[in-house]
Design a binder for this molecule. Structure first.
Ligand code: NAD
Length: 491
């Protein structure tokens, strides 16, 4: 486990020498002390990224040359997959098979953007046809500059990869700030950068709190673009900080994503996708389908089956074989989620199963997977993100009501619809105000496809070509090619 910050290609002690404890959420043991950066370290990291962008080789390399580094990073991640996955479990609590999936996906993300970096060599310049033959024009896509990336704790290395990979592919340099709850794998990315001899200053990693590291990074005048994944309140602060210097900003925020199940759906499939949509990663997933709308003809049977299957989920330490639900990430998150269930009860929802700290654990933030039914429309449990293994279920009558209820949210990240009638599923998908719509499933995520939200769920799209565009500026270069003088002032 790394004990120092990664700045300008070197491991560096924080200027003020601080550390913060890293806690295993399954045991509550302090397993490490991570370096606590402050504004002075952020400044060093931004200066390094600035110098590497302004004067270093990185953005002048061809896309194919940058792609070689990206592929080397991916290879290192794959070589260390098991070790990194175990580190992720210790830090975040998720079951090991999920962590392996995430780390493999992180490697895949670097490989994918290596491909797009190569394409930039032939596709970064576009000829513009003009109606005036005295001019020629072209549009050139270039790196934005220094990117500041601030990421959350639910997919520590993967969320870092979603930002670092496209930024590097585009030719940007970057300062990465992981969540203070999960710094371990992000710091290993520093070791990987060193191993593949990424030029100094291209990737810098500063760990610590939102106040001491995130805020100074978002306010730093040397940063050209901010990329953030996290909560709406923090996203709003970051957008305000970006506004001062007109920094480019992309935000991936929270959600309260609906899952609409029509009564022609296969009940077993519906139940499994509902469970996958809310219990994967302990429900700490921005796109979790945490509001389930079931058509009345299926409602009773579906709830009964959902409760039965939910009760069978094996809760345990993420490192133990067979665990399907690990602990929540922190004491704070555990308290928040349990409090949200208490509030739901007080507001009139019925807890059909779960709702308590999981019995039988001497330590750790283990919570029972929870199904809330009859959840009042105006309740917090129906409207606010809980970010835990808690699903709120309601019934609906017809398609129009389903769409109205599904769209009645300040969020618009994900949405899912399940029906045997393809035309109806497509109709509903078209009517849903969300950036990601799943038909007959919930949550599968592909590096190639755009990811992001409508409404308060964010601004911009990550992944796919859209993700690369976040780190590119477009420059117009127009040339006067006529032999004739312009002849406006001087005839
Ligand atoms: P958070 O907003 O508390 O923290 C996210 C990051 O921002 C952390 O690194 C934190 O240290 C930093 N931060 C905190 N205050 C800051 C400030 N004032 N200035 C700059 N940085 C600051 O969120 P979290 O609790 O880590 O993550 C959970 C939230 O993230 C949920 O709301 C979830 O929906 C959202 N999320 C969204 C996506 C997505 O793709 N849309 C993915 C994962 C998580």
């Amino acid at each position: 486990m790394q004990t120092r910050l990664f700045i300008d290609g070197q491991w560096a002690e924080p200027v003020h020498g601080g550390t913060f404890p890293v806690i295993d959420p399954a045991t509550e043991a302090v397993i490490h002390h991570a370096p606590a950066a402050t504004a002075a370290d952020v400044d060093r990291a931004v200066q390094a990224a600035r110098a590497a962008f302004d004067h270093g080789p990185w953005r002048r390399l061809t896309g194919a040359e940058r792609a070689r580094y990206l592929r080397a990073i991916a290879r290192q991640i794959r070589e260390r997959l098991e070790e990194l996955a175990r580190l992720e479990v210790l830090d975040n609590g998720k079951p090991l098979p999920e962590a392996r999936w995430d780390i493999g996906d992180a490697a895949g993300c670097f490989e994918y953007y290596a491909g797009l970096a190569e394409e930039l060599d032939t596709q970064a310049v576009e000829t513009i046809s003009l109606p005036d033959a005295r001019f020629t024009s072209k549009a050139v896509r270039e790196a934005v500059g220094v990117a500041g990336a601030i990421v959350p704790w639910n997919y520590p290395l993967l969320m870092a990869a979603w930002k670092v990979a496209p930024a590097l592919a585009a030719g940007c340099t970057i300062v990465l700030k992981p969540s203070e709850l999960t710094s371990l794998t992000a710091l290993e990315l520093g070791a990987i950068a060193q191993k593949v001899e990424l030029p100094a200053g291209v990737l810098n990693i500063v760990t610590g709190s939102g106040r001491d590291v995130g805020q100074p990074l978002s306010e730093h005048p040397g940063v050209d673009k901010l990329a953030f994944t996290g909560s709406v309140p923090t996203g709003s602060k970051i957008m305000a900080a970006a506004a001062r210097d007109i920094k480019r900003v992309s935000l991936e925020l929270g959600g309260k994503s609906p899952f609409v199940v029509f009564d022609d759906a296969d009940i077993a499939r519906a139940v499994e996708w509902i469970m996958f949509g809310i219990f994967w990663n302990q429900g700490q997933v921005c796109s979790a389908t945490s509001r389930v709308l079931v058509q009345e003809g299926l409602y009773e049977r579906l709830v009964e089956r959902l409760v039965e299957e939910t009760g069978k989920i094996r809760i345990g330490n993420g490192l133990e074989d067979g665990t399907l639900l690990g602990p929540l990430v922190s004491r704070d998150q555990f308290d928040k989620v349990l409090a949200a269930v208490d509030r739901a009860r007080a507001e009139g929802a019925r807890v059909a199963t779960g709702g308590r700290a999981a019995p039988g654990f001497a330590a750790g933030y283990f919570m029972e997977p929870t199904v809330l039914v009859d959840v009042p429309l105006e309740s917090a449990a129906w409207n606010e993100e809980i970010f835990g293994p808690v699903v709120a279920v309601r019934r609906f009558r017809d398609e129009a009501e389903a769409v109205r209820l599904a769209n009645d949210s300040v969020f618009g990240l994900g949405a899912a619809v399940m029906s045997a009638d393809d035309a109806r599923a497509e109709r509903v998908a078209a009517a849903l105000r969300a950036g990601i719509v799943w038909i007959n499933c919930s949550q599968p995520t592909f590096t190639e496809a755009p990811w992001g939200g409508y409404k308060q769920s964010g601004i911009g799209r990550e992944l796919g070509r859209w993700g690369l565009n976040n780190y590119l500026e477009t420059k117009q270069i127009t040339r006067y090619v006529s032999d004739e003088p312009w002849g406006w002032y001087i005839k």
